[in-house]
Write a protein that binds this ligand. Structure first.
Ligand SMILES: NC(=O)c1ccc[n+]([C@@H]2O[C@H](COP(=O)([O-])OP(=O)(O)OC[C@H]3O[C@@H](n4cnc5c(N)ncnc54)[C@H](OP(=O)(O)O)[C@@H]3O)[C@@H](O)[C@H]2O)c1
Length: 234
């Protein structure tokens, strides 16, 4: 097992996830770049500026139970340590749908990846997290679209799944508070990625909103929802 602080980022081969990996490397973490396609993951890792060997590319499809199990087993072998988990993988910002006409298959897929994916990966990685000491974090990359208080009729698949992801945050935060593991939801803001499209802010700024929840002190908040370090209404 490595004696260095280690982070795992899901959906990390592009977009915000990749920028989160870079910022974790900048902080000195050994970082697991988890991705559905390791070829694309290796290509993405080649764009980073790590000290050699500090990025580990691993296959993970968060929508596939077998993949989640195999991923967790691989982590237990090497690096054998997880201090920080960032559940970033996400799909289906369905701007073309409304609730009345929504394709339930699309809603189900979004729920499976965006909400259940984070639930399953958190469960699978938890035994490794529990072994570590201070500085343990689970960060769920949510969205203002999952805020019930401001929810309109748009993006139903995405909104339902992100509201459910926020529930995952609350549930894990409550269970893990006695262990000192902080669990928070963060919104990266509107970010110019494949999902966010043009006009959003740079990925580094979106990633910084995620890293805020990694950088929290051990007596920092848990079970919250934040954007750029400021609370977002549920
Ligand atoms: N961009 C925004 O404005 C914005 C705003 C609020 C919240 N967010 C959230 O931020 C997170 C990252 O979004 P992004 O803008 O960076 O999106 P993106 O550019 O579309 O990247 C999404 C990432 O998730 C991965 N992914 C999708 N399904 C997966 C699965 N089943 N298993 C594992 N990985 C999977 C993708 O992998 P592949 O390359 O294999 O498809 C990709 O690496 C998401 O949770 C999103 O909801 C984004």
């Amino acid at each position: 097992m490595t004696d260095e602080r280690t982070a795992v980022v899901t959906g990390a081969n592009r977009g915000i996830g990749l920028a989160v990996v870079q910022q974790l490397l900048d902080r000195g973490f050994v970082t697991v770049l988890a991705c559905r396609d390791t070829g694309r993951g290796e290509a993405a890792a080649a764009t980073l500026t790590p000290a050699p060997g500090r990025v580990l590319v691993r296959r993970l499809d968060v929508g596939d139970d077998d993949s989640v199990r195999a991923f967790a087993a691989g982590l237990a072998d090497a690096p054998g340590r997880v201090d920080v988990l960032v559940n970033n993988a996400g799909i289906h910002y369905d701007t073309d749908q409304d609730p009345a006409g929504a394709d339930v298959g699309v809603v189900r897929e979004a729920f499976e990846v965006n909400a259940l994916g984070a639930l399953k990966v958190s469960q699978a990685v938890l035994p490794l997290l529990r072994r570590q000491g201070p500085g343990r974090r689970i960060v769920n990359v949510s969205s203002g679209a999952g805020s019930l208080s401001s929810m309109g009729a748009g993006t139903p698949a995405y909104a339902i799944s992100k509201a459910a992801l926020n529930a995952v945050t609350r549930l894990f935060a409550a269970q893990l508070a006695p262990d000192g593991i902080l669990v928070n939801s963060v919104c990266p803001g509107w970010v110019a990625t494949d999902m966010g499209g043009r006009g959003g802010r740079p990925v580094a700024e979106g990633a910084a909103s995620v890293l805020w929840a990694v950088d929290l002190p051990d007596d920092g908040p848990t079970g919250g929802f934040f954007r750029d370090g400021r609370p977002v209404p549920w």
